[in-house]
Ligand binder design. Sequence first.
Ligand code: UGC
Ligand code: NI
Length: 161
Amino acid sequence: MSAAVHAAPLTAAGFAPYGNVLELAGEADKIINQGLCGRFHDRAALDFGPEGRAGISLFDAEPRALPYRLELVERHPEGSQAFIPMHRNPWLVIVAGAGDVPGEIRAFLAGPGQGINFHRGTWHGVLTPLHAPGMFAVVDRIGDTPNLEEYWLPEPVTVTA
Ligand SMILES: NC(=O)N[C@@H](O)C(=O)O
Ligand code: NI
């Protein structure tokens, strides 16, 4: 019987050890564009290291279903990675504690309009939409190195709603 992890609602406070939550919450930092736009300014700690550069890619990911069988987590030791949904469906964010062997696995259910930015080196599950289209903009490091470490869990973990 594999271990089970319950997905909690995604909040900035809960996700803080792992990264930033990108959402239109609270007051805008600045009203711009003749008063017709609120700017929620500089909301992610982007980090691409001395050798990398920022890139924006578009992901078209297959939706998964809950309960979700997690077999692998990964991390990017040389840069941060942001997932910005181009839809308004809930989706799944999975992280694990720091260390060369990942620590506690936690899961969050991102609500409509919520994106995230993983801090450099945060263990995470790969992009996991729960509905089609699984369309996301991804802001992460472009460079000459793989910038990827994978860890296959000794036992799969079941993520539940
Ligand atoms: N490999 C890749 O581009 N994506 C993964 O890093 C991921 O977290 O989905
Ligand atoms: Ni990743």
